[in-house]
Ligand binder design. Structure first.
Ligand SMILES: Nc1ncnc2c1ncn2[C@@H]1O[C@H](COP(=O)(O)OP(=O)(O)O)[C@@H](O)[C@H]1O
Ligand SMILES: [Mg+2]
Length: 278
């Protein structure tokens, strides 16, 4: 498949299938993401978006197909055409290269923001404590929380906690960042600050797959929008094109509903960019 002129995508997913019991959740997903590309994954609840992200970083094992990240076959070793499960230790190595930010922030409540960010580099990567703390401080500054290093999660707003969670993922120097509805648990007035951090990350060249219902973010920041429904990719393409002129009825229905909801949502913080209206 690879030729001299062919640049391998950072994420190369081919015919990925996943079921839970009899429930076929992913029915053959193909997706390539180039290095530095930002892909927004849209689709109704239950369409398999979370499951797909979890398969990419091996929180779920797949039933069929293949996923490569930066040339590594995720979760398996291909020995002469037969796939063998990698041992947990190897899977942990692969997973470490991928940052994931969830809807809920999952910070350690008994650790400060700085300790939350420095924890994995020290305990998983063996980075020295001083270096890890210095890097954590720089990362917290980058997400606008340089003055909150010593705060505990309970002392931070949801938006601030989610920014700590992003800094924590970045501390591992991931090749790829996966975001699973990172703003959907936030009060509306806190959404903008998290999207701003993600936008900067995107502009800095991070490869990102973002599951979101924030259509304006998808339109303005994504290089490509992928619309999923019922375990398949229904359509994908240039964000403005897909959002303005979806080709499939399922996409049209979904976008109509989401945009109607977002038009009704309370207005955002006055100084935050208005991300919901076009
Ligand atoms: N761990 C699990 N066990 C059983 N079923 C699951 C599990 N995770 C997800 N599902 C099912 O998979 C389908 C897709 O879920 P999900 O990937 O969370 O969709 P989305 O993120 O698009 O809302 C749903 O029917 C859900 O009930
Ligand atoms: Mg989900």
């Amino acid at each position: 498949m690879t030729t001299g002129t062919h640049v391998q995508p950072l994420v190369h997913a081919v015919n990925v299938t996943k079921r839970f019991g009899d429930n076929k959740v992913l029915k053959g997903i193909d997706l390539d993401v180039r290095e530095g590309e930002v892909v927004c994954l849209l689709g109704p609840s239950g369409s398999g978006k979370t499951t797909f992200l979890r398969c990419i970083n091996q929180l779920e094992s797949i039933n069929g197909g293949r996923i490569w990240v930066d040339g590594d076959l995720m979760g398996y070793e291909d020995r002469g055409g037969t796939l063998h499960h990698l041992p947990d230790r190897k899977i942990a190595d692969q997973r470490r290269e991928i940052g994931m930010v969830f809807q809920r922030f999952n910070l350690f409540p008994h650790m400060t923001a700085l300790e939350n960010v420095a924890e994995a580099p020290v305990h998983v990567k063996g980075v020295g404590k001083k270096q890890a703390r210095d890097e954590a401080r720089t990362l917290l500054e980058r997400v606008g929380l340089g003055d909150r290093c010593d705060h505990y999660p309970a002392q931070l707003s949801g938006g601030q906690q989610q920014r700590v969670a992003i800094a924590r993922a970045l501390a591992m120097h991931p090749k790829l960042m996966l975001f699973d509805e990172p703003t959907s648990a936030l009060d509306p007035e806190l959404v903008g600050e998290v999207l701003d951090v993600m936008r900067e990350l995107a502009q800095g060249g991070m490869t990102m797959i973002v599951v979101t219902h924030e259509i304006a973010f998808a339109r303005d920041v994504a290089d490509r929008v992928v619309f999923m429904d019922a375990g398949v990719v229904v359509e994908q393409g240039e964000p403005r094109e897909i959002i303005a002129r979806p080709q499939h009825e399922r996409t049209r229905t979904f976008l109509r509903r989401i945009l109607a909801e977002q038009d009704e949502s309370p207005t955002r913080e006055p100084d935050a960019p208005n991300l919901t209206k076009g």
